[in-house]
Design a protein around this ligand. Structure first.
Ligand SMILES: [Zn+2]
Length: 61
C-alpha cells in the first residue's frame, strides 16, 4: 500500500492526523520523496516550500 501524505504540507503521515498542521486531508497520489534534515539550510526545502525537517513528497495531486 502506498503511504499517504498531507495535502497541505506534503509530509508523510503514518497516523490519523498530520503531525504538522493536524489536518486530515491526505492523498496517496504523490511522486518523489525527499528527507529534509535541515530546512533552514536546504535549498530543496525552500524550493518545495517546507519549513520543518521531515520526510516529504515532492509532488502531490
Ligand atoms: Zn499537514
Amino acid at each position: 500500500m502506498r503511504r499517504k501524505v498531507c495535502k497541505d504540507c506534503r509530509v508523510f503521515v503514518d497516523g490519523g492526523e498530520c503531525p504538522l498542521c493536524k489536518g486530515s486531508q491526505f492523498t496517496t497520489n504523490w511522486t518523489g520523496r525527499i528527507t529534509i534534515i535541515d530546512a533552514q539550510k536546504s535549498s530543496i526545502a525552500k524550493r518545495i516550500g517546507v519549513a520543518q525537517k521531515g520526510e516529504y513528497a515532492i509532488k502531490t495531486r
